[in-house]
Design a binder for this molecule. Sequence first.
Ligand code: AMP
Ligand code: ZN
Length: 491
Amino acid sequence: MTELTLFNSLTRQLEPFRPIHDGEARVYSCGPTVYNYPHIGNMRAYVFADLLGRTLSWRGYRLTHVINITDVGHLTDDADAGEDKMERMAAARAQSIWDIARHYTEAYWADIRALNIREPAHWSIATDYIDAMIDFAASIEAKHCYRLKGGLYFDVSTVADYGRLARAHTEEGEGRIEAVAGKRNAADFAIWRTTPAGETRQMEWDSPWGRGAPGWHLECSVMSGKLLGFPFDIHTGGIDHREIHHPNEIAQNQAFCGCGSLTDPVNSGARMWLHNNFLVERGGKMSKSAGEFLRVPLLVERGYHPLAYRLMCLQAHYRSELEFSWEALGAALTRLKRLVMAIAALQERAPDAGWAAWTRAAAQAQDWGKLQPAMDRFDAALADDLGTPVALTALEEVLATKKVDPALKLAAATAMDGVLGLDLGRLTRADLRLRPSSAAIGEDEITALLGQRREARAAKDFAASDALRDRLTEAGVEAMDGDPLGWEWRL
Ligand code: AMP
Ligand code: ZN
């Protein structure tokens, strides 16, 4: 296998992955703030984290992956200003925060399943760790924090190299942050926010700094350290976190561990910091403040299988910006159909062993014979900072290689899909044909009309055949004669 190299945002370099604990990989991914539904851009971050986890598993590391659920503390401004996103949504909906959190966590998990993202070892829920957060804050208070009316603040000048991850100097933080009277440095941030006198929050806890709630950055430091131990291997998040959230986590980790300069990345609490670039959309459909925004269930409503979106993500490198369009999603769906049909054709020709057997064969295979060059290309592509665009072409190369035992091809494809996560063994053509919820005609009816049309054509009754076609067209169904993918209709 080619050595795995990953782009470390902290050093801005490609670096070999060297596990801190032999044979293990410990990964923490910043999870969603559950005040609203995730948009598909948010889900790109978890497709990426899942790809990383699957790649590490495939290379034989025992993976411990943690994704947190932020149900308290994330303000409307990432830095240190604004209102708590959860409190604000709860007030707007006149619902309890706990109900809001439960509802949106469930919705997030449904998207996770739809995109075939593997469950992490731990879903850590921020409000389960309040005591640990208070202990953490208390342990760094004397050397690194000061009190203001609003709570306990972290003094960023007390740690070495603050802001290195963002490549920003602390002074540049001026103006970015709503002025808080008494702050020593513009970039200082609250690690505990005390509830103002005379107010109550739905979510608040007693602490040495008064009744209040933890800061968002504190949560991730505490949960990652508790569940993975400092230092751990890899911390992930979207590229926006490189600016504020992760530099603040790093500062807290340095304080907690008594670590010095970030010239040695491991002093940051994790050896590598990986960030996925954004999914962008020109029409503003990704903004959660817009009425209808792009969510996984919306793709399904429009007739696109969620795994077409996963494939769309994998077609781009995770560090490249990716532009969303329905045309691009449609193209990814067609590509996914071709993959699924190639696998189905192989399954017909191979002895009836089933996907589980191919998976076992894949795990045991030593010699890929004629498929070896494609396997090597796949491995090298992923080893090169998770190069999925090339890895996908290596999968297609396997499927296109002629004169190879279908069972061997299936074993190779399963091995590859273990990393790509397109669920190729389970998906069928029929799964990929979703009916947009706006369609006025049912699948049974379409099949019946198409059947009658076939009979009419066989009887050379072209008038009847055309009439049936017109009926289908009126219902928004296009009959697809001679479609290269063998599809009979589309809506
Ligand atoms: P949030 O729930 O806002 O904390 O975001 C969850 C995750 O999604 C974080 O890792 C963000 O960095 C990431 N993220 C937010 N917007 C996008 C986007 N448009 N494309 C990719 N990732 C994003
Ligand atoms: Zn985080």
